[in-house]
Design a protein around this ligand. Structure first.
Ligand code: NAD
Length: 264
């Protein structure tokens, strides 16, 4: 059989380092033959991202900040010039003020609410609109979300509200783009220790809680997320759109802490 991603060209946004969920997806789809364009958010991250892009054999490594439309104009112009089309896009981007990823949701400021929504939710829609004309042979878009969108989890606060809106966007975009055979899905990952996660209060406790209570009794790995990415981005996922796929060791099905779980 031909490699699952052979001949597919995709843009992966959100690699900060080798712990990033986007890196887990990039590695897996590359191993299955994808050609990957990589972005980095600002010069500070280039040092870490460049060697990773080299490992992926990327011929495109471009700056992109979703709060700067000109950087996205340049990014998509470059993809158009180099490839003339796009088959997939991974959006693994989120941001909120650390000061509001602890304490009470009720204290969210208007300013941070808007910024969180813009970067963590609207940017996916913005990128989908930009990618659509390049996806001339159909396509697949994937974003990353968290169970804090569905239920209250400690300290997730405004990010949970943004993820809820992001998941709703996945459904609306799936309808908007389905006629062009462009699929839109989200991976709802269990907690993974990344740069972004380090901003969330009591993250160690959250990891431990998930490990002890998830059906698989372990935490989510980059390989878990990569495998789900491969499914959704390749033709294996050809019938799946508008979906929020949980990749969390099954944690989302649990309603109560197991009686035999040790106290934490
Ligand atoms: P990460 O820190 O490795 O990645 C976050 C990325 O967002 C970084 O690459 C950063 O550069 C990028 N970013 C932030 N603001 C940006 C902007 N204005 N323009 C462009 N890029 C910007 O952390 P991660 O955990 O891999 O996060 C990736 C996605 O996965 C996020 O959407 C996150 O909410 C989601 N997620 C993470 C977890 C977890 O526990 N780590 C669980 C579920 C979902």
């Amino acid at each position: 059989a031909k490699p699952l991603m052979q001949g597919k060209k995709g843009l992966i946004m959100g690699i900060a380092n080798d712990r990033s969920l986007a890196w887990g997806i990039a590695k897996t789809v590359r191993a299955h033959g994808a050609e990957i364009a990589v972005t980095y958010q600002g010069e500070a991250l280039l040092k870490r991202v460049r060697p990773l892009a080299e490992q992926l054999g990327s011929e495109l490594l471009l700056p992109a900040d979703v709060t700067e439309p000109a950087s996205l104009d340049a990014l998509f112009a470059e993809i158009q010039a180099k490839w003339g089309r796009l088959d997939f896009l991974v959006h693994a981007i989120a941001f909120s003020d650390k000061e509001e990823l602890k304490g009470r949701y009720i204290d969210t400021t208007a300013d941070n609410f808007q910024r969180t929504m813009l970067i963590s939710c609207y940017s996916f829609t913005d990128l989908a609109r930009r990618a659509e004309p390049l996806m001339t042979q159909g396509g697949s878009l994937v974003t990353l979300t968290y169970i804090g969108a569905e239920r209250v989890t400690p300290h997730y606060n405004v990010m949970g509200v943004a993820k809820a809106a992001l998941e709703a966007s996945v459904r609306y975009l799936a309808v908007d783009m389905g006629g062009r055979n462009i699929r839109v899905n989200a991976i709802s990952a269990g907690p993974v220790r990344t740069l972004a996660a380090s901003g969330i209060g009591d993250f160690r406790y959250i990891l431990k809680w998930n490990e002890l209570n998830a059906p698989l009794k372990r935490n989510t790995t980059l390989e878990d997320v990569g495998g789900a990415g491969l499914y959704l981005l390749s033709d294996l996922g050809s019938g799946t759109t508008g979906e929020v796929l949980h990749v969390d060791s099954g944690y989302h099905v649990v309603g109560m802490k197991a009686v035999d779980a040790p106290d934490i």
